[in-house]
Design a protein around this ligand. Structure first.
Ligand code: AMP
Ligand code: MG
Length: 400
């Protein structure tokens, strides 16, 4: 038996190289992992500018009490630059985003200015009000985006604000997915007696895509040595990671084990967890290999615990795990000590705290326990039964 934590550590140790970098236009970079730091080559904003539509003045002309009459000598729109300099007793009509004219350091919003022909009557105002300073967002030379971060809309916006049109990101890892088992039938086709429809290939596909990797669908493989051997070898030639489900539990263990041992260096683990005990991990050719258990909940859970961090490390991500937090149990939960148990939970914020209950029956074949849930409830190895009101670890399916 191996603990979840040790299994995770061994898996991550094996991943020593990262996916190759590629240059992508900003429009294609969403969700990708940045391959190098982005350092600003300019200030943003590039000049001091007005934060409002109004009148730019030199602070020396601002009356400390009462009002003052200033001559409006020019108008400067966003996108243009006032060529001259502001003289004493003068003001310039200015639009939001227009560079501050030389000599001006403060802007009156137009709503507080009384306009009389070519004059503006102004009251008192704090020096520097309603201006945006050069470099207040980004200063030239600063690292604004760090390698290993995932590009969200705002990171892409910041890159664009620096004038960048492309970013160096990691290629998406390619993940070949195969289902194993004579009993597994393709959805949309007729099912023979004794068969069940393949759900794992489809839930795993979604998990792979959600993890930012590309899916290669390699179909269903029957429980036959030669065919399994050939299909795994072929999958390894066109993928960075080969993912199978089924065939690692005791019944057909030997067949898959024999094939995989011939195919490369694979370890077979019994992980101290529930659901999802059996797991095969290693390499086929140049590809990483994960043999996930066949039970639908177990295959999703083992993907979450073992495959996703591996894909994220391959893709160059800095953060490899979600962040669990504590919630109050609303119902009792049975727990065997000595193994880590994962219940499917429904988590909600109520009564000034996070509260969680299970989705009901927790069999590892009950895939609808995943559709009802929004989190895993994580009961650590040393823990026994959980009583109502006790606090438990939860990890939402979607990281915060
Ligand atoms: P195995 O590990 O191959 O013995 O499979 C364990 C359980 O998971 C069995 O009940 C299988 O029928 C089921 N199973 C295996 N593969 C799939 C699949 N692709 N989709 C749904 N259930 C599966
Ligand atoms: Mg099987």
């Amino acid at each position: 038996m191996i603990s979840v934590r040790d299994a995770q550590a061994h898996i991550l140790e094996r991943i020593t190289a990262q996916a190759q970098p590629e240059l992508l236009p900003l429009s294609a970079a969403l969700g990708r992992v940045l391959a190098q730091d982005v350092r600003a080559e300019m200030d943003v904003p590039p000049t001091d500018n007005s934060a409002v539509d109004g009148y730019a003045v030199a602070s020396a002309d601002i009356p400390s009490t009462g009002t003052r009459r200033l001559e409006v000598v020019a108008e400067v729109a966003a996108g243009s630059v006032f060529a001259g300099a502001l003289g004493s007793g003068q003001t310039i009509r200015i639009m939001t985003g227009a560079p501050m004219p030389a000599g001006a350091d403060t802007v009156y919003p137009q709503e507080v200015v009384e306009r009389r022909d070519s004059a503006a009557i102004v009251g008192s105002l704090a020096r520097g009000a309603n201006t945006r300073r050069r470099g207040e967002d980004v200063q030239a030379g600063a690292v604004v985006l760090q390698a290993g971060g995932v590009l969200r809309p705002q990171e892409i916006g910041v890159a664009a604000s620096l004038g960048l049109a492309q970013l160096l990101v990691r290629r998406k890892p390619r993940v070949a997915i195969l289902s194993t088992g004579d009993e597994v039938a393709e959805p949309g086709t007729a099912r023979k007696p004794g068969q069940i429809y393949d759900s794992n290939r489809f839930s795993l596909r979604g998990l792979v895509e959600d993890a930012g990797a590309t899916v290669v669908d390699d179909g269903i493989v029957p429980d036959r040595f030669d065919e399994l051997h050939a299909r795994l070898q072929r999958a390894a030639e066109h993928a960075d990671v080969v993912l199978t489900s089924g065939g690692v539990s005791v019944g057909d263990y030997d067949l898959v084990k024999a094939v995989l041992q011939q195919a490369g260096g694979i370890d077979f683990w019994q992980v101290a967890m529930q659901p999802g005990r059996p797991l095969a991990v290693g390499g086929i050719g140049r590809a990483h290999f994960f043999g996930l258990p066949g039970n639908p909940v177990a295959s999703m859970l083992t993907f979450h615990l073992f495959v996703r961090p591996a894909l994220w490390k391959l893709a160059g991500r800095r953060e490899l795990f979600g962040q669990p937090f504590r919630a109050t149990a609303l119902e009792p939960m049975g727990k065997k000590s000595g193994r880590r148990e994962f219940k499917r939970g429904i988590l909600a914020y109520a009564n000034d705290r996070w509260e969680v209950r299970t989705t009901g029956p927790q069999g590892s074949g009950i895939l609808t326990s995943m559709t009802a849930a929004n989190c895993f409830i994580i009961l650590e190895e040393e823990r026994g039964d959980v009583g109502v009101g006790e606090s438990v670890w939860v990890e939402p399916f979607q990281p915060l």
